[in-house]
Structure formats: structure tokens, C-alpha cells
Design a protein around this ligand. Structure first.
Ligand SMILES: Cc1cc2nc3c(=O)[nH]c(=O)nc-3n(C[C@H](O)[C@H](O)[C@H](O)COP(=O)(O)OP(=O)(O)OC[C@H]3O[C@@H](n4cnc5c(N)ncnc54)[C@H](O)[C@@H]3O)c2cc1C
Length: 448
């Protein structure tokens, strides 16, 4: 086993930082992890434990035929500490993988803390260390002082704001006998799909929307929304017809089934080049996920869609990954500085974990003279990595894992279940090949 005397410094002991630390430690690389809690808390964390979950205790679907299920399986196969902790602290939650959050974080803290090559320093870091290799994984609630330091090295192109995320739906579930393709006044080609509503359908949808259960605003998020990211249900409260003059305006659109302008329209915008998913335009929302499922299915044409991503609004801090990140997750202009977790532009617990895992593996490879190891694009890890490194930097938005990030089967498969089975089988095969390649023994050259 290769040993390195100088520790890799990790700033932030959340999900990504803990996973990155583990991937280094288990390969013989010493780690010094800086975590500011409990000396200084974020507005959401409650303990000083490593790997604390800030909100839900769910790591999402356990179904291997779902994208989150696939990502978790890839993590498990790669010896992820976060997955090990999840399996040790699992609680029954139907088809989801949910954990006892206290046991989960205690397990992570104990496993890392008892490793002989691990050092934990409780300290708020205010400057980016400039000696040796550093992983920055301070998360969506990065402390203010450190945000300023990051801004400095990112030439002001640092993003810190309230995320307003609209749901994304799977193209296969859309009812194309109802939904029609057109742009307003015929301008701009047929880029949008339109879900038309008559008055009765609109009223039913409106009543369900304004009475639906919402995620409570939290103290640290209690700020005014920009007009452009106002939740759809908050806008609806201004009056029954407000949405018809806003995101649901029907003007310039003609429903081919009736030849008339609908009473209201929900527009869907293509989310990816493969055409496998659509974004619900202007539908950023704070409705609880099961409520989004219930209410948005009332929209004609969307009854049977699968929600690849639910809408949400919360404070977020992330960098423009495609502009700044290399495929190893180091900064393009500073190869000693790696970024992990939500800061890279992924969204979610397991996604943050995945980027920590990739950063850890790549640092180990670099320190031991191995070339970078980039996961294949057909894997869930590869899909996420490409999202944060190869999307268009213009208007870059964070994403959680969904099948839209993974290339579709080479040949069209009509049956939805068969299609997912194919994608998952192909992903796991490629991931196993990748893991056996990265773990190949090699001559040990410690490069610093
Ligand atoms: C309010 C909120 C709710 C969320 N809910 C969910 C959810 O339910 N499900 C989901 O999948 N995702 C959720 N997310 C998104 C995201 O998945 C989590 O925030 C996830 O924990 C991100 O992982 P991370 O490792 O990037 O950051 P974190 O897990 O937040 O870890 C970052 C760590 O860095 C530390 N830190 C920050 N600044 C410094 C500093 N200057 N010096 C030293 N340490 C520092 C913090 O104390 C923290 O421990 C939520 C995000 C937010 C903000």
C-alpha cells in the first residue's frame, strides 16, 4: 500500500467531505479534515457529527430501476462509507432508503475518527490553504467568511443564491394525444410542448394548487423571492387568474384539437439533447413532493409522467462547474484545489457523496502516479460528472441524478421498464469495469 506523509486537507465534514476522506484513508492516504461544527453551526445542522443530514432522512428510492437507486448501488460497489452507514442505520420506509439520522452520522464519525491516518480539526476555515492538496466541500451553507475566500479565487463568478427549481418530467410518460408542440405566435419553431387546459380543468388545478401542503419556509431561507423565482403557489395566491397572465398564459397558442386558444397552458421545455426529459416552465415550487405528484398530474397530458426531479426552492451555494472544474473535480486554474459535494453543482445527499468519492479516488490516483480515472458516461457517476463539467456554462443549474443525465439505449426500446433495465444493466457493467481498472495495482510514486 502506498503511504503519503503529508495529509490531504479537506474543508467541510458533510457528506462529500466524509466520503472523500474515506476513499483516501482506505487507500493509505492521510487526511486532515476541518469541520467548523459544533464551534460554529450552519443554520440547518444540529450536531457536531460528521455526515449529518440537514433535512430529510431519506436517501431516496431504493429501487435499482430508479436513477437514485442506481447511484446508490454504484456507491455501494465502490466501498462508500456513506452507503455503509446508510445500510447500518436503515429504517423501514417503503421503497425509499431512509436512515436513523443520529445513528447514521455517529457511524460515519466513529469510522473516520478511529482510522489511524485521520485527523479531525474543529475550526472554521476562512482562507483557502495554499500548501498541498485541498478538497473544498463546505456545501450549500458554506460559511460567509469562506464564501468570500472562494469568490476571490473564482474571479467573482461565484454563485450564491436561492435556488428555484422547477420539476422535470420523463418524456415517455407525456400523453402526446393531448399535449401539442408549438411556440407562442409560431415564433421560435416547435420547441415547446404545451399542455392545454379548459376553464373547468384550470379551476380544478388552481384549487388543488393553492390548498396543497407546502414545505415550511425556514428561518435561514426567509428572504424575499426574486419575481423570476417566485413559487407557483405563491403567485397563485395573488388571484385566480394571475397564473393565466404569467407562466400559464395561453396567448399565441392554438390547440389543434379545438382550433382555439386554450383557457390556460403549461409549457414544457426540453431538458436535454436526447429529448428524454422536459422542464415545467415557471413551475418552481415549495409544495411537498407527494403534493407535487398529486397536483401536477392534474395537468392534462401529465397524468402518467414520472417526476425525474421535483421542484424546490432553498438557499444554495455552488460554483459554475462547467466553467471552473476539470473532469477530476480539481479547478482548471489550480490543479491542487478540488471541489466536492453540492458546491460542484450537484443537488442531493447521494449526489454530493458521489462527487466526494470521485474527488477522493482521483487524488489518490494522482498521488500514486496513476492517470486520472473518469467514470464512463453510461454510469450514474459519469452522468453527474458530465453535468458539472460539460454542461453549457450559460445558465448552469444544479441537478440531482436522473436518467436524463445518462445516454439512452443505443437502440430505441419502447417498453419503459425494459428501457430502464437496459440502462441500469449497462451502467453497472461499465461501473464494475471502471472499478476494476482504478483499483489495479501500480508502482507507488507519491507526487506532491
Ligand atoms: C436546507 C437544506 C435542505 C436540504 N435537504 C435535502 C434533502 O432533504 N435531501 C437531499 O438529498 N438533499 C438535500 N439538500 C441538498 C444537499 O444534498 C445537502 O445539503 C448535502 O448535505 C450536501 O452535501 P455537502 O457535503 O456538499 O455539504 P454538507 O453536507 O452541508 O457539508 C458541508 C460541511 O461543511 C461545513 N462547513 C461549512 N463552511 C465551513 C468552513 N468555513 N470551515 C469548516 N467547515 C465548514 C459545514 O458545517 C458542513 O458540515 C438540502 C440542502 C439544504 C441547504
Amino acid at each position: 500500500m502506498c503511504m503519503s506523509d503529508r495529509p490531504v486537507k479537506i474543508i467541510g465534514g458533510g457528506l462529500a467531505g466524509s466520503e472523500a476522506a474515506w476513499q483516501l484513508l482506505r487507500r493509505g492516504i492521510p487526511v486532515r479534515l476541518y469541520e467548523m461544527r459544533p464551534l460554529k453551526m450552519t443554520a440547518a445542522h444540529k450536531t457536531g457529527l460528521l455526515g449529518e443530514l440537514v433535512c430529510s432522512n431519506s436517501l431516496r428510492s431504493a429501487d435499482i430501476l430508479s436513477a437514485p437507486g442506481l447511484l446508490k448501488e454504484e456507491l455501494r460497489l465502490a466501498g462508500s462509507l456513506i452507503m455503509e452507514a446508510a445500510l447500518e442505520s436503515r429504517v423501514p420506509a417503503g421503497s425509499a432508503m431512509a436512515v436513523d439520522r443520529q445513528l447514521f452520522a455517529e457511524y460515519i464519525t466513529e469510522r473516520l475518527g478511529s482510522h489511524p491516518l485521520f485527523e479531525l480539526v474543529h475550526e472554521e476555515i476562512g482562507e483557502i490553504p495554499d500548501d498541498g492538496i485541498v478538497i473544498v466541500s463546505t456545501g450549500p451553507l458554506t460559511s460567509r467568511a469562506f464564501s468570500e475566500a472562494l469568490k476571490g479565487i473564482l474571479e467573482g463568478e461565484y454563485l450564491y443564491f436561492y435556488d428555484a427549481i422547477a420539476p422535470i418530467v420523463d418524456a415517455d410518460g407525456i400523453d402526446y394525444s393531448i399535449v401539442f408542440r408549438a411556440s407562442r405566435y409560431g415564433k421560435g419553431g416547435d420547441d415547446y410542448l404545451n399542455c392545454p387546459m379548459n376553464e373547468e380543468e384550470y379551476n380544478r388545478f388552481y384549487d388543488a394548487l393553492i390548498s396543497a401542503d407546502r414545505v415550511r419556509a425556514r428561518e435561514f431561507e426567509d428572504e424575499k423571492f426574486f419575481e423570476g423565482c417566485m413559487p407557483i403557489e405563491v403567485m397563485a395566491e395573488r388571484g385566480r387568474d394571475t397564473l393565466r397572465y404569467g407562466p400559464m398564459k395561453p396567448v399565441g397558442l392554438r390547440d389543434p384539437r379545438t382550433g382555439k386558444e386554450p383557457h390556460a397552458v403549461v409549457q414544457l421545455r426540453l431538458e436535454n439533447r436526447q429529448g428524454s426529459s422536459y422542464n415545467m416552465v415557471g413551475f418552481q415550487t415549495r409544495l411537498k413532493w407527494p403534493e407535487q405528484d398529486r397536483v401536477f398530474r392534474l395537468i392534462p397530458g401529465l397524468r402518467d409522467v414520472e417526476f425525474l426531479r421535483y421542484g424546490s426552492i432553498h438557499r444554495n451555494t455552488f460554483i459554475n462547474g462547467p466553467r471552473f472544474l476539470s473532469e477530476t473535480l480539481s479547478l482548471k486554474n489550480n490543479p491542487d484545489l478540488y471541489i466536492g459535494g453540492q458546491l460542484t453543482g450537484v443537488e442531493g445527499y447521494i449526489e454530493s457523496t458521489a462527487t466526494g468519492l470521485l474527488a477522493g479516488i482521483n487524488i489518490w490516483r494522482r498521488l500514486t502516479g496513476r492517470p486520472p480515472a473518469i467514470p464512463p458516461k453510461e454510469t450514474a457517476h459519469g452522468g453527474l460528472l458530465r453535468h458539472v463539467t460539460s454542461s453549457s456554462p450559460e445558465g448552469f443549474q444544479p441537478s440531482n441524478i436522473n436518467f436524463g443525465l445518462i445516454p439512452p439505449p443505443e437502440e430505441r426500446i419502447r417498453d419503459k421498464r425494459e428501457k430502464k433495465e437496459y440502462i441500469v444493466r449497462r451502467a453497472l457493467q461499465r461501473w464494475k469495469e471502471y472499478l476494476s481498472e482504478i483499483n489495479e495495482p501500480q508502482r507507488c510514486i507519491i507526487r506532491r
